[in-house]
Design a protein. Structure first.
Length: 290
């Protein structure tokens, strides 16, 4: 009787076991798919970058306000180089090129405002800001103003021999650069985009900052270490450069260290030699007379 009862319920028992196994397998499959989905979402989030875009058209020269900007999340492959990733990086700056609505705001399309105290923004393109120490006499009596143009003279010691045959140093003046822009006098900068204000007063300062090329910057630093700097103030309307010997490393070293560049002595003129012709029959012979 027991065997017959077991045989009667055997299909149900097998069905229940198979159902339990199926439930376990389905749960494992769902768990596996959930983990893979989480990995895909995490990977996609790593490729997303938040960038700053324009909410409206921003014309060139306009001051950028926070209300003109918004943040957008884009795939890393869609982000342009130099794109701003924070509104704080571009707010209150000036657009130097038009920015269309929805366009990513690039850092090379904005600059600091004219009121910024950054000296770097006052340096003309291709120039370097070079600060030198001067006194009131060197700086035209301490009356230089930011925005003035000057000629720079160098006073360098030249080794010479005195009457007793001893070597002494004698200061020699040589022109260095002409029509050089004065960027700053002390801590006061100039604005290269606006005219100078002649009526303002600037106290005398022991340091002057010039706009010079990289080569000129090297020369003036060397001259300042070896000698002195003198400034000659130019008229605002005078932009002419006089034809003087340009300052270069060669001319500078030839002036400072002439002993390193010996002058070639002029060769004495060669006197023509006297000759005489001697004929022996049809043969001619030329002899030089001593």
């Amino acid at each position: 009787m027991q065997i017959q009862a077991i045989r009667k319920y055997l299909p149900l028992i097998i069905g229940g076991i198979c159902g339990l196994i199926a439930v376990i397998l389905i749960n494992n499959y769902i768990k596996q798919q959930t983990e893979e989905a989480k990995k895909i979402v995490a990977q996609s989030q790593k490729n997303l970058v938040t960038v700053v875009v324009a909410k409206q058209d921003i014309p060139a020269g306009a001051a950028i306000k926070g209300t003109m900007l918004a943040e957008a999340t884009l795939n890393r492959n869609m982000v342009q180089p130099r794109a701003a990733v924070s509104i704080d990086r571009v707010v209150d700056k000036i657009a130097i090129a038009p920015i269309a609505k929805g366009e990513q705001v690039l850092l090379n399309k904005v600059t600091v405002s004219e009121e910024s105290g950054s000296l770097a923004m006052k340096v003309p393109s291709g120039k370097r800001a070079v600060t030198v120490s001067v006194d009131n006499i060197s700086s035209v009596g301490g009356m230089l103003r930011p925005g003035d143009h000057v000629d720079i003279m160098g006073m360098v010691p030249i080794p010479t021999l005195n009457a007793e045959g001893k070597q002494v140093n004698q200061l020699a003046t040589m022109p260095l650069f002409q029509d050089v822009l004065v960027l700053a006098v002390g801590q006061e900068f100039m604005n290269v985009s606006t005219p100078r204000k002649e009526e303002r007063t600037v106290s005398a300062s022991p340091v002057i900052t010039f706009a010079l090329s990289p080569q000129e910057a090297n020369l003036i630093v060397f001259v300042q270490e070896q000698g002195k700097i003198r400034l000659v103030l130019r008229s605002p309307g005078d932009t002419q450069v006089q034809p003087v010997v340009p300052a270069s490393w060669d001319t500078l070293f030839r002036t400072v260290m002439p002993q390193a560049f010996p002058q070639d002595k002029a060769a004495a003129p060669v006197k023509p030699k006297k000759t005489v012709e001697i004929f022996r029959g049809l043969n001619k012979e030329i002899k030089t007379l001593e």
